[in-house]
Design a protein around this ligand. Structure first.
Ligand code: ARG
Length: 586
């Protein structure tokens, strides 16, 4: 890629002038303003300041050593010492020609190659997957796809909640309150119903609570009946999850639920105790602050009434039971042993920030060598709100189910397709509506900064104008259709010329596709890609307006068709990274 070549030449020049410079600080970024050039670097300013050098003079020295004449018209020193690079037309044209032949245009395999475990989706057995799970599923899947496209090794693992005290109540409910007909009709709804009923009864009657507890103890003790019922509940839930994943086009390499780690939990706690990481706390076992960081950075401290208090991480309850955190510690240990990842991403909502800060710190204390080789990231996200600004609920106040959201999205999209394309047979309309509806739900979720809450809006997500999935899908369809109508294929060769400002602006934006994907992977923020694709659609529209394609004479006609081809491919590959499909007609 042009960008990485320019960056490595700049690195050489900087090191020739400032031999002790940190090579990784030498970075070239797309220029914010096209008037200033195509790429920009601020490296010189960062080097000059601590060394007491004049940044403009240092920049001039670097430029004198810099050899980028093959690709750039000029390198200018601007303002306090920015370096501005302007690509030559010939460099852009040969990069475009290379992209026509590349398997993925404008993307080269990332180095070093990382092994990234992604823990995402992770719904709970016997509960419906709700709209909140959509964010984890959609975000985790987009990250997995992007990392894979960049050539990284990705291991996806669905850490489903298939163990815990709720099974005592579920087992009791199954044995005493189950309606088999209802179970056959809608298993998850029935499991949810018996759970709620027993839960309410427990509050009213301590005997029921005792009975539920006894069922849990029997399950934990390996009672065959209870194990059989428990497995059936998992099976029923998994088939509901799979139906949703199928509709979303999401797959996992592994589904190692919480129960998978049961055999290790006692050992985890015993080992942590033996190493002095966990200790007794009123009959329970817990990890406390080691006092080696300031209280405000200490995950085991909390501020209350102006003073700092201990907030230990419980790894074994006083009744001997283990919990969510114990399982996460065992899981972390297993993942590092099994896959030797460079990174592990946990995609959950922001309310689990405290949990992961504690789990990561406890693990680092417990297994420092293993922890040193693997970076742990909590990729957290905000909530989905209704148009009233409160957590998104159905009219009756229930949590909104993902399956119903997808149904409605497809139905609404179908209404639009029917109106715009009455000429198409219904099966084709339905297929377009499916791709548009699912895409709209996903894109609405991926577009905002993941840490902000967003308002769920049917009208906004399905709008054909603006920064939406249907708009981008339409831009793909349009570009692909021009290429088809023009009868252009890559075999025709790619003599591409970027003569007009609109062609150049579009080309310049296309070149940065790989850089944007790298930024998405680095910060776990697919919204960068959404905005990139929206801008790409904007540049391509300006290009169509200013530059006739099919009505041009050769060789301009083929050149412009090749540009449309690259635009279509980048739109398609970009949407694919977001887990969003395209349709050849819309
Ligand atoms: N099942 C959990 C929930 O629904 C999410 C699990 C996230 N992953 C983890 N390793 N703790 O909240």
């Amino acid at each position: 890629m042009l960008h990485s070549r320019i960056e490595s030449r700049l690195r050489e020049a900087v090191l020739a002038v400032v031999p002790d410079a940190d090579p990784s600080a030498v970075q070239v970024r797309p220029a914010s303003d096209a008037k200033l050039g195509d790429y920009q670097s601020s490296v010189v300013m960062g080097l000059a300041k601590p060394r007491g050098l004049n940044p403009r003079a240092l920049a001039a020295d670097v430029v004198a050593r810099l050899d980028v004449g093959e690709w750039c018209e000029a390198v200018e020193v601007a303002g306090p010492g920015f370096l501005n690079f302007r690509l030559s037309a010939s460099a852009i044209e040969s990069a475009l020609a290379g992209a026509v032949a590349a398997p993925v245009p404008f993307v080269e395999p990332a180095r070093p190659r990382r092994t990234v475990v992604i823990d995402f989706s992770s719904p709970n057995v016997a509960k419906p997957m709700h709209i909140g799970h959509v964010r984890s599923t959609v975000l985790g899947d987009a990250l997995a796809r992007t990392l894979r496209l960049l050539g990284h090794e990705v291991v996806t693992d669905n850490h489903i909640g298939d163990w815990g005290t709720q099974f005592g109540m579920l087992l009791l409910g199954w044995k005493t309150r189950l309606d088999p007909a209802a179970l056959a009709r809608d298993p998850i709804a029935e499991l949810e119903r018996i759970y709620k009923a027993v839960n309410a009864a427990c509050d009213a009657d301590p005997a029921v609570r005792g009975a539920a507890k006894a069922e849990l103890v029997r399950l934990q003790g390996g009672d065959a009946d209870n194990l059989g019922i428990w497995r059936e509940m998992i099976r029923l839930s998994q088939s509901q999850f799979d139906a949703i994943y199928g509709r979303l086009g999401v797959t996992f390499d592994h589904t190692l639920g919480e129960s998978f780690y049961n055999p290790w939990l006692a050992q985890v706690v015993a080992d942590m105790a033996a190493r002095g990481i966990a200790r007794d706390s009123e009959g329970a076992m817990a990890v406390f602050s080691r006092g080696d960081v300031a209280p405000k950075d200490d995950p085991f401290k909390i501020q209350r009434d102006g003073a700092w208090h201990d907030m230990p991480l419980l790894v074994q309850k006083s009744d001997g039971g283990f919990n969510y955190a114990t399982t996460d510690l065992a899981t972390l240990d297993y993942r590092i042993r099994t896959w030797s990842p460079t990174d592990i991403l946990y995609v959950t909502d922001g309310r689990q920030q405290g949990h992961f800060r504690q789990v990561f710190a406890a693990f680092q204390a417990w297994k420092p060598e293993a922890a040193a080789a693997t970076r742990l990231h909590h990729v957290w996200f905000g909530s989905i709100l209704g148009e009233d600004g409160k957590p998104f609920k159905t009219r009756s106040g229930d949590t909104v189910r993902l399956g119903e959201v997808l149904d409605e999205a497809e139905e609404r999209a179908w209404a639009v397709v029917r109106e715009k394309r009455p000429d198409l047979p219904e099966a084709v309309q339905r297929e377009i509506a499916r791709v548009v509806g699912v895409g709209a739900v996903k894109y609405q979720d991926l577009l905002p900064n993941r840490q902000s809450d967003y308002v769920f809006s049917w009208d906004k997500m399905l709008a054909l104008q603006g920064n939406t999935s249907p708009y981008l899908q339409y831009q793909y369809t349009r570009a692909a259709k021009v290429v088809r109508d023009g009868g252009w294929t890559p075999a025709a060769g790619a003599g591409i010329r970027v003569g007009t400002p609109e062609e150049r602006a579009l080309a310049r934006h296309l070149l940065n596709f790989g850089l944007v994907l790298a930024a998405v992977a680095e910060e776990a923020r697919p919204n960068y890609l959404c905005n990139y694709l929206y801008e790409l659609a904007g540049w391509s529209s300006r290009f169509y307006e200013a530059c006739p394609v099919l009505r041009s004479e050769e060789p301009l006609r083929s050149s412009r068709l090749a540009l449309c081809h690259l635009t279509a491919r980048v739109l398609k590959a970009g949407l694919e990274c977001l887990g969003i499909g395209v349709s050849e007609q819309m």
